[in-house]
Design a binder for this molecule. Structure first.
Ligand code: CA
Length: 250
């Protein structure tokens, strides 16, 4: 596969995770190896959330090869489907019927018509944010009951963070053999930062808090660690996982 020369060495990522203050196990998983940056949140209440989130990361990790700087949308979606099939098979009655499920979100570098592009993807309520020109924007759409109620105009967005069933996801890997993935393409822009996170971050910190940390301009690794530490300090009620991906300024 050809490599877009302008991307060599221009992407720097950092990552951090913490079990938090209340959970016994960390059921989140992450991947921060070019060309794939991802966060997976194994679903609470399931016996094997940590197994499920690791399966996604294992499949996505197959896309990481030393001699390739980009992947393809077919390969990325194939990896997500392979992880889903493994989970559905493991959850089946024949396999002992232990249900497992996980979210997954992220960005991957792909090449389209000779140009590097981000391929964003999301299933569930982990989030992809983009920070550029001082503005933080959530670019993934949550697949959650609370997000659907806000979208339908039934629930005020300002009340979403106190909605009692805010942890209920409406889409995830591990349940439906016909996996539905949100996917989108975006240009790779100099100076932008992507933030991938599990809901253990956004459950503790406001978007303004998150933006302030991203705006500090610290390197990706320090930024990821600072965000995770802030969420744990704010309560740490869930596992917290963050991947920060920086495109260097030209
Ligand atoms: Ca979580």
């Amino acid at each position: 596969m050809s490599q877009p020369a302008l991307l060599r060495g221009q992407i720097v990522a950092g990552s951090a995770t913490d079990v938090g203050r209340q959970r016994e196990r960390n059921e989140d998983a992450m991947l921060a190896r070019r060309p794939v940056f991802a966060v997976a949140d194994g679903m609470g209440g399931h016996a094997q959330g940590d197994v499920a989130s690791r399966m996604v990361v294992e499949e996505l990790d197959h896309l990481v090869q030393d001699d390739e700087s980009v992947t393809t949308s077919d390969r990325l979606l194939g990896a997500l489907r392979a992880a889903n099939e493994r989970m559905v098979a493991a959850s089946s009655a024949a396999a002992g019927g232990r249900p497992m499920g996980t979210t997954a979100c992220g960005v991957a570098l792909v090449e389209l018509e000779g140009e590097p592009r981000w391929l964003g993807f999301n299933i569930g309520d982990s989030r992809v944010y983009r920070f550029a020109d001082g503005e933080l924007q959530q670019v993934s759409v949550d697949h959650s009951e609370v997000a659907e109620l806000v979208q339908a105009g039934v629930l005020d967005a300002a009340l979403a963070h106190t909605y009692p069933r805010r942890n209920v996801v409406t889409r995830s890997l591990g349940h439906d053999p016909m996996l539905q993935v949100d996917a989108w393409v975006a240009p790779v822009a100099p100076g932008e930062r992507y933030l991938l996170c599990s809901d253990g971050l956004t459950g503790e910190l406001s978007d303004d808090d998150v933006r302030d940390v991203l705006a500090s301009g610290e390197p990706a690794q320090e930024t990821a660690e600072r965000l995770v530490r802030a969420a744990v300090d704010a309560g740490g009620r869930d596992n917290v996982t963050v991947v920060v991906v920086d495109v260097s300024p030209e």
